[in-house]
Structures are given as structure tokens and as C-alpha cells.
Design a protein around this ligand. Structure first.
Ligand code: NAD
Length: 506
């Protein structure tokens, strides 16, 4: 065990102690709140599936309390000047940086993501806050639209209290990505974190108090989707729901929110193609292909889980890929050398393993992995897995596996690549590798995906729109797109006093 690994373990244990010793409560109206029912659930670490503490199991009554707090806090927060919101949210970003070690270590133990990625995720959380903080003063700005005898102008106002429901794959980063723009816009928030990974949400709620957010502006209720999450989507005080999670859950959210006419933004699953042409820069493409499916344990919405590789290089690329995949280091998430940690939960591991059976049943080749890393103990460790000899019709090519599992499919022409890439119910991201810039542009135009990267892995740009088409979601995050979701646009029309008004009954 390296010295750094040992130190990480020691530090993580000291940060986890309070979660082990006390029930992780909700955070409502500026206070820790145990919940009405007193019910709790066990939070397991994927490292060995032992409990790292009890968490309050939110009820509809708890959600109601949080929503009422958010409603009461809304007039003052939405009336707070943009400059003041900017100041508080920048302070928040600074505090995230100060707490980065705690956040990354706790998050790694809570969701199994390797510490090398969670350190970066903590920094990104601070970036998200800083980016939207700086936009707060201008969030309400609109357009000036002239007519001959009228002046129209638009302005944006915060929509009201909003609900944010997040998944377990990178809980801290995603929560900040959704909540920072809501607060910058002037909305108040009720956050329902994923039940598999609740801890960093509590650190965030505490930071909100330290940063000086007024009581009720930020509320967190833990618990299960079917109860706490559902109650949040149905609550009449909540005007919009920002959701990240599975496609089937997204459909539930829309259905549950319909009677109260909720505005919904759903960021859902994907089965993203990475298309490597014969003329691609081989080594760069290889690096990116490996990174985009095996980083973050493959539990990443934008992971490139389908590799479409052109026949001319398919054999060589697959051989190089096999070698790389077999060399990826699976291990404890706090080991700085670890590249793949344990999957979130035994039930998820079971789901991912079921695709190994599916690959066998469909006569695909298991070119690497497909087995548990049993030597690592009782955690949810899976060897990185590669399926070859696959077709796009197979289950392993059609369904989101959400693990470190790549399916490889050969193709011959550009047209065939487009057909295969688009032959999926999803439409989140696509990646293209080619030396031919014209082809890069044509592919980008033809792919049915909300985001396309040409000769790049997923590169993050905060002002750019992030989101998917088809079954991958509705709506976009990022820059002004986030404000459009969290704000109402009002048109104001003022006459010059010269136009003819239609006359009746004079
Ligand atoms: P999930 O849909 O099971 O759960 C997400 C959240 O929804 C959790 O907090 C859960 O408690 C809650 N929930 C469940 N049922 C609910 C209901 N009926 N009403 C209200 N809330 C409910 O998703 P997950 O398994 O936690 O996350 C993995 C999924 O998230 C993958 O499909 C992945 O692709 C997707 N994801 C998408 C993006 C994106 O930006 N498109 C980003 C990250 C993850």
C-alpha cells in the first residue's frame, strides 16, 4: 500500500466518522432536520458493501416542509440583487475549494469513484458555482424588440422554488451543475440526492449555510425516489424540476409533474457512439476511446459505450484496445493508482454482469474482462470489459449498461457509420475520429445527438449547451440555457402613443 493511499484511507475515515456516528439528516430552512417519521436507511460503501452510516428516509411530509421553506424564502432571495447573489455564490465556490479534500474523499467512499477523478470533480463543482455566480447580475437581461409604434422588451424573472433530483454517478459535481444556476437565477431549491450516494449533498448543504445563503434558500431532503422524489415532483409550490437520471425515471417525473404543470428538464441515459475512421490519429483516438468508457467506472452518461471502428484498422485497433483494457488498474477508490473503482451497488453490479451473459447468449466475443475482480474483496469490483464481434442489433449495443463495458462494432463506409450510430433510441453524445475535416463536419451534422465531439473526448465548456435528443432527454444545461429553464421570460410592450386603436361602440 502506497503512503498516499494509506493517508487517503486515514483521512477518509476521519471525515466519515460523523456520518458513521450520527444519522445523516435532512437540511431544511437552515437547520438539520431528522424527519417526521424517524425512518432511516443504511448507506453502504461500494468498497466492501458495509454500512457507512444511517440516513434519514424522507417522507412526503418532510418534502412538504422543505417546499414550504423554499416557498417562504423565495420572495426575499429572488428580490436580492444579482450583485449580492454573485457575492454569496462566489463565497460558496471558495468554500467548496476549501472543503475539496473532504468532498473528494467522502464522495469516493460513498460512490466508489476513483479519487483521481473525484478530486477533479470537486474542483469542477467550485467552477460551476463561480461561473454562474458571475452571471447572476445579468441573468434577468432580455431583448429589445422594436416595432414602428411600439417598443417591446423582454426580461427574465426567476420561476420560483424548484426541485433538483440527482443520480449517484458523480453526485457532487452534478448537484452543483444543477443548483448553481438555479440560485444565480434567484430560485430557491429543494434537492433530493440519490439514495445510493447521499453524503456529499449534506456537505453541500452545510457549505450553503457557511456561505451565508439565507435560511430556506437551499433545502435537502434525503430518501427514495418513489416516495421523497415523487412527492417533490408533485408538490404545488415547486415550479420546475431539474432531473438527471434514467430514462424510465424521466418519464415518471414528467407524468408525476403533469397535474401541477411542472416545467421539467430531464437529462437521461445514453448509448453514445464513438466512430473511429481508418485515417484517424490512431494513438489519440485510442486514448480517448479508453478514457471515455473506462473513466468514472463507466458510470457516466456521456461514456462512449459503442465503438464503431472502420474495417481498415479494426483488427489493429481492437488488438491495441485489448492490451490497454487488460492493463487498466482496478482497485480501491482511494488508491491514487486506481483507474476503475467498485460499481455503486451490488444490484447495479448484478445488472452490469447480466450483460456479460447477454453477450454470451448473442455470440459476441468477450475480448477482455467480463469477470469480477474477486481478489479485491467483497466490494463491487468488475474487470473492465470489452465485447467484440458484436452487431448493433444485440442487446449489448442497444441498452445502456452504465459500467466499464465497451461494445465494438465494425463498419465499412461513412454512410454505414451514420446509420449505425443513429440506430439507437438514445441521442446524448457522439464522438468522431477522422483526419478528414470535411468528413468530421458531415458526421457532426448527421449524428442524432445533442453533443458531438470531433477528434476529442468529452471536453467541458460551461457556456455550451449540455443535453440530449430522443430518449436522452429534454432541455439543455449550461450558460444561458440554464437560465432559460430556471426563469420566466416576460415580454413588455409599450406604445409610442401614436398608433390607431380599433374603435367599437363609439
Ligand atoms: P435513477 O433514475 O434511478 O435515479 C435518479 C434520481 O431519481 C435518484 O435521486 C432517485 O431517487 C430519483 N427517483 C427515482 N424514482 C423517482 C420518481 N418516481 N420520482 C422522482 N424521483 C425519482 O438514476 P440513477 O440510477 O441514479 O443514475 C444513473 C442514470 O443517470 C443513467 O441512466 C445515466 O445515464 C443518467 N445520467 C444522465 C446524465 C445526463 O446528463 N444525461 C448525467 C448523469 C447520469
Amino acid at each position: 500500500m502506497s503512503g498516499q493511499f494509506e493517508e487517503n484511507l486515514k483521512k477518509a475515515e476521519s471525515y466519515l466518522k460523523r456520518f458513521r456516528d450520527n444519522v445523516t439528516a435532512h437540511y431544511v430552512n437552515g437547520e438539520s432536520f431528522a424527519g417526521d417519521s424517524g425512518r432511516t436507511f443504511d448507506n453502504l460503501t461500494p468498497v466492501d458493501n458495509t454500512s457507512i452510516g444511517l440516513v434519514a428516509e424522507g417522507s412526503a411530509a418532510d418534502i412538504d416542509r422543505a417546499c414550504r421553506a423554499a416557498q417562504d424564502a423565495f420572495p426575499a432571495w429572488s428580490g436580492t440583487s444579482g450583485k449580492q447573489r454573485r457575492k454569496i455564490l462566489n463565497r460558496f465556490a471558495g468554500l467548496v475549494e476549501q472543503h475539496a479534500e473532504e468532498i473528494s474523499l467522502v464522495e469516493s467512499m460513498d460512490c466508489g469513484q476513483p479519487i483521481r477523478f473525484m478530486r477533479a470533480a470537486a474542483a469542477r463543482g467550485a467552477d460551476n458555482f463561480r461561473f454562474f455566480a458571475d452571471k447572476a447580475p445579468a441573468a434577468g437581461n432580455g431583448l429589445s424588440l422594436h416595432q414602428d409604434e411600439h417598443l417591446n422588451y423582454t426580461k427574465r424573472t426567476p420561476i420560483g422554488p424548484v426541485g433538483v433530483i440527482t443520480p449517484w454517478n458523480t453526485p457532487f459535481m452534478l448537484s452543483t451543475w444543477k443548483i448553481a444556476p438555479a440560485l444565480a437565477a434567484g430560485c430557491t431549491v429543494v434537492h433530493k440526492p440519490a439514495e445510493f450516494s447521499p453524503l456529499s449533498a449534506m456537505v453541500l448543504a452545510e457549505i450553503s449555510r457557511e456561505a451565508g445563503l439565507p435560511d430556506g434558500v437551499w433545502n435537502t431532503v434525503n430518501g427514495f425516489g418513489e416516495e421523497a422524489g415523487k412527492a417533490l415532483t408533485e408538490h404545488p409550490a415547486i415550479k420546475a424540476i431539474g432531473f438527471v437520471g434514467e430514462t424510465v425515471t424521466g418519464a415518471h417525473i414528467m407524468r408525476q409533474g403533469a397535474p401541477t404543470l411542472k416545467r421539467v428538464h430531464v437529462e437521461l441515459g445514453g448509448k453514445n457512439p464513438v466512430i473511429v475512421f481508418d485515417d484517424a490519429d490512431f494513438e489519440r483516438a485510442l486514448d480517448a476511446v479508453v478514457f471515455m468508457i473506462y473513466s468514472l467506472n463507466g458510470q457516466r452518461c456521456t461514456s462512449s459505450s459503442r465503438l464503431l471502428v472502420q474495417n481498415g484498422i479494426a483488427g489493429r485497433f481492437l488488438a491495441a484496445l485489448e492490451q490497454r483494457v487488460n492493463s487498466i488498474k482496478v482497485g480501491h477508490p482511494l488508491d491514487p493508482d486506481t483507474e476503475i473503482g467498485p460499481l455503486i451497488h451490488p444490484s447495479h453490479l448484478e445488472k452490469v454482469m447480466s450483460y456479460v451473459d447477454a453477450a454470451r447468449d448473442e455470440d459476441a466475443t468477450i475480448a477482455a474482462g467480463g469477470v469480477l475482480a474477486g481478489d479485491l474483496g467483497p466490494g463491487n469490483y468488475l474487470r473492465p470489459t470489452l465485447f467484440s464481434n458484436a452487431t448493433n442489433a444485440m442487446k449489448i449495443a442497444r441498452e445502456e449498461i452504465f459500467g466499464p463495458v465497451l461494445t465494438v462494432i465494425p463498419f465499412s463506409t461513412e454512410e454505414e457509420a451514420v446509420t449505425l450510430a443513429n440506430d439507437t433510441p438514445y441521442g446524448l453524445a457522439g464522438y468522431v475520429w477522422t483526419a478528414d475535416s470535411g468528413r468530421g463536419i458531415r458526421m457532426a451534422e448527421n449524428l442524432e445527438a445533442g453533443m458531438v465531439w470531433v477528434n476529442s473526448e468529452n471536453n467541458r465548456n460551461l457556456p455550451s449547451p449540455f443535453g440530449g435528443m430522443k430518449q436522452s432527454g429534454i432541455g439543455r444545461d449550461g450558460g444561458d440555457y440554464s437560465f432559460d429553464f430556471y426563469m420566466e421570460t416576460k415580454n413588455i410592450c409599450i406604445a409610442h402613443g401614436t398608433h390607431r386603436i380599433p374603435v367599437l361602440g363609439r
